[in-house]
Design a binder for this molecule. Structure first.
Ligand code: GLC
Length: 562
């Protein structure tokens, strides 16, 4: 029997950019509530809310200063309770983002911890003495650039931060820290949330010895990810987390697990794992080297993408479940990410939608993906807000790239590509706000927007709605097995989902050329195509098809005779 979250479609909301109701240019919780009917019409069963807690917004909410409060910029706890209640009326659950690797440097725990070496919270963060020559304890580089260590005058020590210096890492070895975090998560469970997305979870366990690593750039530093991600012993913490918070609740949990490979998935998900699902990044990380440095991009082909997707499908096939996703608030827009340059973004969006909604697993749609929203490419680095974009830009300049070259990397990879305001209609500020938005609106909002697309049966949004309905009505897509076909094709990603002698086949042409389907496809029934006049065995460039093959089993023959 499948659980509710295995049948649901999850929609990710980036609150700052979703809907402003107060004229501040920044989205808010009431804005999300006001759009629940839109989400219901899309077939959404759960909404993952990026952090809405009090925060200094150095990393847009991922630097939390109170785990059980609501950021006044987003509204009040009453607004939040109302969101849960209104969502519930529409059969939609609210999923919270737990950011437990680090807090904000303004969190009361850190303010106390940094005061001296003897206060009750002295050991709640990761403090180390300088090297004998006064330099940083190790050559680790934070994920947003610069040293992962920051000097604290009061204590005369450095503290560790995997991300920005305003995001000090918590010391999970301390049982009081873990207890406080579990209490915070239980607070939200008591409010009736439907689950958790657990942020940056692979970094919570640090190695027993802190050693320098081999530099991965001219700067002499190494990405901390390569030194601390997925350190042995981490699963002991997480098993405790599961026992103390998740067990016994009808919720789902999805961990953000950068650094866990497909073959390690069985330890993390399923009957013996700790989460219901894990975001595994091998497919979205294809253009990145292992240090995730933007200025040294890696070439990849469709076959690499197919391999990455099939690996996580196989790893969770027998014992486990996976989230299926192509976008989130940290990724470029998928229409610019997975297709050759010059691809028509609306067609590309439809191709990915067909894959997203027919693979085995829970599909995650990131806001605006259902409209085919695309990247921006602002000429000036100062227009960008994202802290990692600024770090990567500075790193590229340090490596000797020119500002023009560094901007090319920004255009391709910046997280702000996904963070521009949601495009609701073609009125000023795209219907997102009555004021100038905190981040510029993508200029294509005049045509790419929810209202215009709702009125057009051929739009990306209409295609998403059809696919969502199709998925609801075809159990093969939720409960069926997965098998990749046409594995050698350089243009087409094709796979089948099989259940009780019925086989649904998805074929998605990612290329800008026509592609030939194998002979046997001629016998399949065409159920859906992203091109209205699709027929025969030749697929158009950027076309997606969904077909049905009815396999004659003894029981189906008996059924047809009776
Ligand atoms: C995760 C979040 C990202 C954030 C980081 C630090 O990767 O998805 O947005 O910057 O963790 O919390």
């Amino acid at each position: 029997m499948l659980k509710w979250w295995q049948k649901a479609i999850v929609y990710q909301v980036y609150p700052k950019s979703f809907q402003d109701t107060t004229g501040t240019g920044t989205g808010d919780i009431k804005g999300i509530t006001s759009r629940l009917d839109y989400l219901k019409a899309l077939g959404v069963g759960a909404v993952w809310l990026c952090p809405v807690y009090p925060s200094s917004n150095v990393d847009n909410g991922y630097d939390i200063s109170d785990y059980t409060g609501i950021n006044p910029a987003f509204g009040t706890m009453k607004d939040f309770d109302e969101l849960i209640a209104e969502a519930d009326k529409r059969g939609i659950k609210i999923v919270m983002d737990l950011v437990f690797n680090h807090t904000s440097d303004r969190h009361e725990w850190f303010l106390q911890s940094k005061q001296d070496r003897t206060n009750p919270k002295a050991d709640w963060y990761i403090w180390r003495d300088a090297k004998p020559d006064g330099s940083v304890p190790t050559n680790w580089r934070g994920i947003f650039g610069g040293s992962a260590w920051e000097w604290c005058r009061e204590r005369g020590q450095y503290y560790l931060h995997t991300f920005a210096k305003e995001q000090p890492d918590l010391n999970w070895e301390n049982p009081d820290v873990r207890r406080a975090l579990y209490d915070a998560a239980n607070f939200w469970l008591d409010k009736g949330v439907g689950g958790f997305r657990i942020d940056a979870i692979t970094y919570i366990k640090k190695p027993s010895e802190f050693l320098d690593g081999k530099p991965d750039g001219k700067e002499g530093t190494i990405n901390i990810h390569l030194m601390t991600a997925n350190t042995p012993g981490i699963l002991d913490f997480l098993r405790e987390f599961r026992r103390e918070v998740f067990d016994g609740h009808d919720i789902f949990t999805v961990g953000e697990a950068n650094g866990v490979s497909a073959d390690e998935l069985p330890d993390w998900v399923g009957a013996n794992g700790v989460f219901n699902m894990l975001f595994e990044f091998s497919h979205v990380d294809l253009p990145l080297n292992e240090s995730e440095i933007w200025c040294y991009p890696v070439k990849w082909t469709l076959r690499d993408l197919k391999h990455a997707l099939s690996s996580s499908q196989h790893a969770t096939a027998r014992n486990g479940w996976c989230p299926v996703f192509f976008e989130n608030h940290d990724q470029p827009r998928s229409v610019n990410h997975f297709f050759p340059e010059g691809a028509d973004t609306q067609k590309a969006a439809k191709v990915l939608a067909a894959v997203l909604l027919t693979l085995r697993g829970t599909p995650f749609i990131y806001q605006g993906q259902e409209l085919g929203m695309s990247n921006v490419s602002w000429p000036d680095i100062n227009t960008y807000d994202d802290i990692s974009t600024k770090g990567q830009y500075a790193f590229a300049l340090n490596e000797g790239f020119s500002p023009e070259e560094a901007m090319k990397f920004v255009h391709y990879f910046s997280r702000d590509n996904a963070r521009t305001p949601m495009q609701w209609d073609n009125s000023p500020n795209a219907g997102f706000s009555t004021a100038r938005s905190w981040l510029p609106v993508n200029e294509n909002y005049i045509t790419v927007n929810a209202r215009t697309e709702e009125q057009n049966p051929d739009s990306v949004l209409s295609w998403y709605r059809r696919l969502a309905e199709f998925r609801r009505n075809h159990e093969e897509l939720t409960a069926g097995d997965y098998r990749e076909i046409m594995t050698d094709s350089e243009e087409v990603f094709a796979f089948e989902r099989m259940l009780d002698g019925r086989r649904i086949i998805t074929a998605a042409n990612f290329s800008l050329e026509s592609a030939m389907l194998p002979e046997e496809f001629a016998e399949y029934d065409l159920l859906l195509s992203s091109e209205s006049d699709a027929e025969g065995l030749v697929m158009r460039p950027l076309e997606a098809r969904i077909m049905l093959q009815y396999i004659k089993t003894i029981s189906s023959i008996k059924e047809s005779l009776s």
